[in-house]
Design a protein around this ligand. Structure first.
Ligand SMILES: Nc1nc2c(ncn2[C@@H]2O[C@H](COP(=O)(O)OP(=O)(O)OP(=O)(O)O)[C@@H](O)[C@H]2O)c(=O)[nH]1
Ligand SMILES: [Mg+2]
Length: 224
């Protein structure tokens, strides 16, 4: 059978069957590792069901990757959405530029979310939006906490495998929960000491959002 890897914890993978969308807990065959290709989230794999009742399976082979990112480890993304917050943490435009360059290098689509508009007292977002729209990137201003402009984000996700990328605390998991209209991802607090996030999300995970559309919550930003 063929399936998409949604989650990974050490040698255990959650894989979604392409045909009936059932979920299986799978291990990777030893020989896969010898070839130095550990399966990662986003991989399409051939697998064999070892126990239908407990939904256990074994991954036999990884199909050729259309895209691969080393940090964080993910395969076959078609789009990266870079999330920037106006405050706590403040916008890091150099990091944003590096990430946009990385998206171009990977040949995936790129878009920008400016989150925490409610905290944008200095109205920095207006300038940031103008600059990045001018060079051709879609830019959406959001307030994830109150779900403002979330519909615009949803439209970008159709028929794409998307990952959010951005500093800890910018609101990636809060955006995920707003998009899915329920708590799928764990949201963290901002440390009162350094006003940064505390790396609440520790594992990469793909969530299905409609036909052939998936969204990943990732712990870090995408980088060379
Ligand atoms: N004021 C305000 N706070 C927000 C908004 N969106 C998210 N937050 C808060 O910002 C904090 C961090 O949000 P998370 O969603 O955990 O951030 P993250 O990007 O997933 O962080 P990591 O998982 O650590 O990478 C939480 O306390 C959220 O409630 C917003 O639009 N406005
Ligand atoms: Mg998170």
């Amino acid at each position: 059978m063929e399936g998409l890897i949604l989650k990974n914890k050490s040698n255990l993978y959650q894989i979604e069957s392409k045909t009936d969308h059932k979920l299986y807990e799978a291990m990777a065959r030893g020989k896969l590792k010898q070839g130095d290709i550990s399966p990662v989230v986003g991989d399409v794999a051939e697998f064999t069901v070892t126990d239908a009742e407990s939904k256990s399976a074994v991954i036999e082979q990884i199909l050729p990757r259309k895209m691969y990112s080393k940090r964080p480890k993910m395969a076959n993304l078609t789009q990266l959405i870079f999330v920037v917050s106006s405050k706590d943490p403040k916008p890091d435009l150099l990091l944003l530029d590096k990430q946009l360059a990385f998206a171009e290098f990977l040949s995936v689509k790129a878009a920008i979310i400016l989150n925490k508009t409610d905290l944008d007292k200095k109205q920095q977002f207006r300038m940031i939006k103008e600059v990045y729209q001018k060079i051709g990137y879609p830019v959406i201003e959001t307030e994830a906490k109150t779900r403002k402009n979330i519909d615009q984000v949803r439209q970008l996700l159709n028929h794409e495998i998307t990952a959010f990328s951005g500093n800890s605390g910018v609101g990636k998991s809060t955006l995920m929960n707003a998009i899915f209209n329920q708590e799928v991802a764990e949201e963290g607090e901002i440390s009162s000491k350094n006003k940064r996030g505390k790396n609440t999300t520790t594992e990469t995970c793909l969530y299905s959002i409609g036909i052939e559309s998936y969204l990943a919550d990732t712990p870090r930003f995408f980088y060379f």
